[in-house]
Design a protein around this ligand. Structure first.
Ligand code: ADP
Length: 464
């Protein structure tokens, strides 16, 4: 359709303008021919007067000869009339003696010499014959069929039309090829995008196959989008399966424990108590997971109101370290709090404590007995920096971007004994973002890990 439009829009004006140009050329040539014939008629009329052909009977032969010669030289017909319109000489000899009162002859006799194109296309040029006294005594009519002109213009027309057809074909081929080059890849693109939309998120557009940078860019953008969708989809699936899995483990323990209690009506009191304690701790674990999940979901929905208040970070962080000291002691880990400056910042103390204790707990969890976990507190003019570093098992470089994802645990077997939920760092991350801060991690396997949390000292809570 587009293709047809291009052809029509391109060709119609060319056709129209070329027709106009042909007509103008033809007119120009005809006008020139008219002038030329009038000129000839005038010369002949002068010659007739000088030679006195009209009145000297003896010169009849000479007169005939002159008319014949002039006509055959010019390739036209010549007719001479007297003032009454009676033909006195005719190069074709057929009209002599007849009365010829053509409008052109009348006009030449009454007013002035004239040349007109006739209906059949021939030109009549009429000049009056004026005697020595200045009276109009007759006319010379030259009739000419300007077929040579028409032929000439026809030839030009033919050449131009041939040229136009060739050009149209040429342009059509180019447009067609172009249309194919653009439309084909677009169609392929649409097919792939449609598949992605149908849920085949693994589909990708070929990027290098296109001749146009723009198309390659579009493909890249679509691929990026598909990849993000795939990530979102897969993290959604992992999230759901992780939640189910994490909740299933304590649930099945509870089921086994409670069933064995129910089966054995005369269970000894001690065993009963022990089972109940186990059930209780499994319930605690489920509660922990569910609480973490709820915290995260609420952080996401920005539902929890955040109470920013200027707090003494030395106290908040120091208290957190103190609270976790027994955990470190259990593993013989040296837990050091190292405040470099006195720092006060706008925080929501409850949430911020949770974020920092997640980091310290991880430090303790992922450091072997006898290691060290150090918490630094520092600030500059704008930001507070809390650094938690450990001498633990560390992480591979490629893990560092993933650990903030929900339920992401580097190695399920490695991390099993530590009993984490894989939610701790996500909570920390969301909380830090909520404080308009950032969190960075560096780590080396078997050497240790360092988390640096930065938060602004002054929180612009008015726009929160
Ligand atoms: P978890 O409850 O498993 O600790 P987190 O979200 O707190 O979940 O951490 C995600 C994963 O990142 C952990 O499973 C662990 O493998 C890794 N990780 C976190 N902190 C450290 C650390 N200080 N040293 C080594 N690995 C860590």
């Amino acid at each position: 359709m587009l293709f047809a439009t291009y052809i029509i829009v391109g060709i119609v004006p060319v056709l129209f303008s070329s027709t106009v140009i042909f007509k103008a050329t033809e007119n120009y040539y005809i006008e020139e021919r008219k002038k030329e014939l009038l000129n000839q008629a005038n010369i002949l009329s002068g010659h007739i007067t000088i030679s006195n052909y009209l009145y000297d009977e003896n010169k009849k032969l000479e007169f005939d000869e002159d008319i014949q010669n002039t006509s055959s030289r010019g390739g036209f017909r010549t007719i001479v009339t007297d003032a009454m319109g009676t033909v006195v000489n005719d190069s074709n000899k057929t009209e002599i003696g007849k009365t010829y009162l053509l409008p052109e002859i009348i006009e030449a006799l009454d007013e002035k010499d004239v040349a007109n194109v006739q209906e059949n296309g021939s030109i009549y040029a009429v000049a009056s014959i004026v005697n020595e006294a200045g009276d109009k005594v007759g006319t010379v009519l030259i009739a000419d069929m300007p077929s040579d002109i028409l032929e000439k213009v026809d030839n030009i027309k033919k050449t131009v039309y041939i040229l136009m057809v060739t050009m149209t074909l040429f342009i059509a081929i180019i447009v067609f090829a172009f249309a194919h080059m653009i439309v084909d890849p677009l169609n392929k693109m649409v097919a792939v995008i449609q598949k992605i939309a149908d849920g085949h998120l693994e589909q990708r557009l070929p990027v290098n196959q296109f001749n146009y940078e723009e198309m390659a860019k579009v493909s890249e953008a679509v691929n990026d989008m598909a990849q993000k969708l795939e990530q979102v989809e897969s993290s959604r699936q992992t999230f759901v399966s992780n939640v189910s899995h994490e909740l299933k483990t304590p649930l099945s323990s509870i089921k086994v424990l409670s069933e064995s209690l129910l089966m054995n009506a005369d269970t000894p009191k001690e065993m009963y108590e022990e089972f109940m304690r186990d059930i209780n701790s499994e319930v605690d674990r489920m509660t922990e997971i569910i609480n973490d999940l709820l915290t995260l979901v609420r952080l996401d929905q920005k539902e929890i109101p955040v109470n920013f208040k200027a707090e003494n970070l030395n106290k908040v962080v120091g208290d957190t370290v103190k609270r976790l000291q027994p955990l470190a002691d259990d593993k013989n880990i040296t837990l050091i709090f190292n405040p470099i400056k006195e720092v006060s910042a706008d925080i929501d103390a409850t949430k911020f404590t949770l974020a920092i204790s997640n980091l310290i707990e991880n430090g303790i969890k992922y450091t072997d007995d006898g290691g060290e976990v150090k918490v630094n507190l520092d600030c500059d003019h704008q930001n507070a920096f809390i650094t938690v570093s450990d001498t633990g098992i560390g992480m591979a470089e490629k893990e560092l971007t993933k650990i903030f994802q929900r339920f992401y645990r580097i190695d399920k077997t490695r991390d099993r004994q530590t009993g984490g939920t894989g939610l701790g760092l996500s909570i920390t991350h969301s909380t830090v973002l909520m404080h308009d801060g950032s969190i960075k991690v560096t780590s080396r396997e078997n050497e240790g890990t360092t988390f640096v949390v930065r938060i602004p000292l002054i929180h612009n809570s008015t726009n929160k």
